[in-house]
Design a protein around this ligand. Structure first.
Ligand code: NAP
Length: 287
């Protein structure tokens, strides 16, 4: 049995769906909930589904998707980086972030981009409209895949300074090389650095359901600081609860998921779908 046989029938799905999210594992994805609602609201025919693809099967799967009638697909773990090489064209945003999360299928070619940075920044704009990143100092915790989109988004929005801290310092240093101006500090110094920041972002998986909490005493943080967590399950992480108790404004991670999807939908279908309270409530109820 080859790797294509071990996962979904990719060809059958690619011919039945308008769009999809590819990943492995993928069954838990909330993207169909979001996109199918928007397809219905916008009066567009078709369905958004999930396609489970093992990493080893991705090149062959891309050949199938390239020739399919699909409008496009999203990608999540573990495919985002590999798609940089497998797409026929990749735009500057995806190159800078080092990952593709949105692919358009046109005339037998795959066009890759990345909407995660847009999702992160739009979530901040909607959740904390008065927060202007220009000239501010941000403390970013974590140097995994999600951190790359956060650094890109913050720098594009004119943030003054970014301090990057990761448990494995070498990964933060490697990331900082790709984002000139980002300063790396010791993970152990996170407490001490808090007092000087106007934005605190958790991009680690700490605090996520099934993971340990992010241990951080927010005693030194200014109540003026904005605190956001990319973790959205649970919606109110212990970091956000502590920050709110300290008087800080907080923004949950769910909006990043929704706004990266909004941008992808707009790229594929040429219309920006509405992010309604009902949609957010449906997603919150699904957690
Ligand atoms: P990733 O590439 O696997 O990176 C995980 C990060 O968490 C690394 O920096 C890792 O540090 C750190 N970490 C893990 N366990 C730790 C521990 N015990 N102590 C300290 N640091 C620890 O994952 P990712 O793709 O960046 O995702 C990170 C989180 O963001 C996940 O919870 C994911 O669900 C969430 N996310 C949310 C959205 C959204 O739309 N809201 C989008 C993307 C991701 P090391 O390098 O030292 O291992």
């Amino acid at each position: 049995m080859n790797t294509l046989d071990e996962t979904d029938d990719i060809s059958a799905k690619a011919h039945a769906l308008t769009a999809a999210v590819i990943g492995h594992p993928i069954a838990h994805s909330r993207s169909p909930m979001i996109h199918n609602r928007w397809l219905a609201e916008e009066g567009l025919a078709g369905q958004y589904g999930v396609i489970d693809i093992l990493p080893a099967a991705l090149p062959a799967a891309c050949d199938i998707l390239r020739q399919s009638p699909m409008t496009g697909f999203n990608a999540t773990l573990p495919h985002k980086e590999m798609l940089l090489d497998l797409c026929d064209e990749v735009d500057a945003t995806a190159r800078a972030i080092g990952a593709v999360n949105t692919v358009s299928v046109r005339d037998g070619r795959l066009y890759g981009t990345n909407t995660d940075a847009f999702g992160f920044m739009e979530n901040l704009r909607q959740g904390a409209p008065e927060f202007d990143p220009a000239g501010k100092t941000a403390l970013v915790l974590g140097a995994g895949g999600a951190a790359r989109a956060v650094l890109f988004g913050l720098q594009a929005a004119g943030i003054g300074q970014i301090l990057l801290l990761n448990r494995t310092r070498s990964k933060a240093e490697a990331l900082a090389e790709a984002f000139p101006g980002v300063q790396v500090a010791e993970w152990a110094a996170r407490q001490a650095l808090l007092k000087d920041v106007q934005l605190l972002v958790n991009t680690t998986s700490l605090g996520m359901c099934g993971q340990p909490d992010l241990e951080l005493d927010l005693g030194g943080v200014s109540p003026e600081a904005l605190v956001t967590d990319l973790v959205y399950n649970p919606l109110q992480t212990s970091l956000l609860n502590h920050a709110a108790a300290k008087g800080c404004q907080t923004v949950t991670g769910l909006g990043m998921l929704v706004y990266q999807a909004q941008k992808a939908f707009e790229i594929w279908f040429g219309v920006r779908p509405a992010v309604t309270d009902e949609l957010i409530k449906t997603l919150e109820d699904s957690l």
